[in-house]
Design a protein around this ligand. Structure first.
Ligand SMILES: *Cc1c(COP(=O)(O)O)cnc(C)c1O
Length: 379
């Protein structure tokens, strides 16, 4: 059977370029024994350092983004530690659950789910209570399409001596990330979002302050796969804690090369995101967020008179384009278009918005003009 794959315009996983798929098919060596592979792995980590603007250690772990998130919590949090969970959305709130799993005594700083974190409010909160070992924060709230000002939040946390764990899975490669300048302690990403590599890998940068916590725990880390500590001397010892997913890493390396070869990639994401938003608003539809719009995903309220399911099904069936909805409290209320990595190009957004326009018209949704035309006007 020949599969006619749809154009995947979801906010991850994203389209994987043919070059990246070819890299995946390179004949693997034995990654535990072949010294060349240790160099290859290190070199890929160095490319990630460039993406993150950091000299901190970087590791690639064999599991999807959630592994990075859980490994950071498992490695930094001891039972009874006070953890600040900065929460303005579904992923932000869920981070608190991971902290609790490892015994964290979690306190939530909750803010408006339709806006990015207000730095003034957070500052007021910390003036009252700042006795936290660790804080968790999501850079881009993917379900809502909101980006948080990590450039202001992380330095503030550092001022109070709080070590930050930042989930930047849907931001790295599409938003500016300056780990060293902004004092970000652990920053984690995934292969399948803006880097447009196949799903299956997470990577993270680890600051000296984070390593200090890991090295000076009272209670050893309960686990192995989520234990960042076991990696401390991997390069010097030429030792991996488990056999590396070598083909996935070949693909990731190639995908990062593709991204880095376009050094305007943050600007490109910003420009496309802006044009998509303007097209949505000008045509009379509504965005979910009130402010703090993400460069990588646009979240649109499902207009009255049509269901999310119908839009999703018709876009797929009639146009062979896959968009996404959301989950939890946003289930059936929004539709999401990803403009990440390989998907963040004018022609892909044009045909996606044209398909959306045609689908909404089928359900007699009133539009002020053609969505895709507004997009072109803005680009
Ligand atoms: C995609 C994503 C993850 C990884 O979660 P999956 O749903 O398993 O792909 C983690 N955090 C954020 C913010 C994400 O967007």
């Amino acid at each position: 059977m020949i599969m006619r794959h749809p154009l995947i315009m979801t906010p991850g996983p994203t389209q994987v370029h043919e070059e990246v798929r070819r890299a995946m098919s390179i004949e693997p060596t034995n990654p535990d024994l072949d010294e060349n592979f240790f160099e290859f792995y290190k070199n890929t980590c160095n490319k990630i350092k460039r993406l993150l603007n950091t000299n901190n250690d970087v590791l690639i772990l064999d599991g999807e983004g959630i592994l990075g998130l859980e490994a950071a919590c498992a490695s930094l949090i001891e039972p009874g530690d006070r953890v600040l969970c900065i929460d303005n959305g579904i992923f932000g709130n869920g981070f608190g659950d991971f902290a609790k799993m490892y015994g964290g005594n979690v306190v939530y700083f909750k803010s408006d789910y339709k806006k990015s974190i207000d730095i003034k409010e957070l500052e007021e909160f910390l003036k009252e209570d700042s006795d936290f070992k660790v804080a968790t924060l999501v850079h881009c709230e993917t379900p809502a399409g909101i980006v948080n000002p990590v450039d202001e939040i992380c330095p503030l946390l550092k001022k109070y001596g709080i070590v930050s764990i930042i989930d930047s899975v849907s931001a790295i490669g599409g938003e500016l990330v300056k780990v060293d300048e902004w004092n970000m302690d652990i920053v984690l990403g995934g292969s399948q979002k803006c880097l447009s590599a196949p799903p299956g890998l997470t990577f993270l940068s680890i600051s000296d302050d984070a390593w200090n916590i890991i090295s000076n725990r009272k209670i050893p880390i309960a686990g192995f796969y989520c234990n960042i500590g076991v990696w401390k001397n991997w390069y010097e010892d030429k030792w991996f804690p488990y056999t590396q997913p070598i083909s996935d890493i070949y693909a990731l390396d190639c995908a990062i090369d593709r991204l880095l070869s376009k050094n305007d990639y943050v600007y490109r994401h910003k420009k496309i995101a802006n044009a998509v938003r303007m097209a949505i608003v000008n045509s009379g539809l509504s965005l979910y967020p009130l402010e703090g719009f993400s460069n990588t995903v646009t979240t649109i309220l499902v207009p009255e008179g049509v269901s999310y399911r119908n839009i999703y099904n018709d876009m797929l069936k009639d146009h062979n384009i896959m968009i996404a909805g959301a989950f939890d409290y946003l289930k059936d209320k929004v539709l999401r278009i990803g403009h990440m990595g390989e998907n963040c190009y004018e022609e892909k957004l044009y045909i996606t918005l044209k398909a959306l326009d045609s689908t909404l018209r089928k359900y007699n949704i009133k539009l002020k003009g053609e969505i895709h035309k507004y997009f072109i006007d803005e680009i």
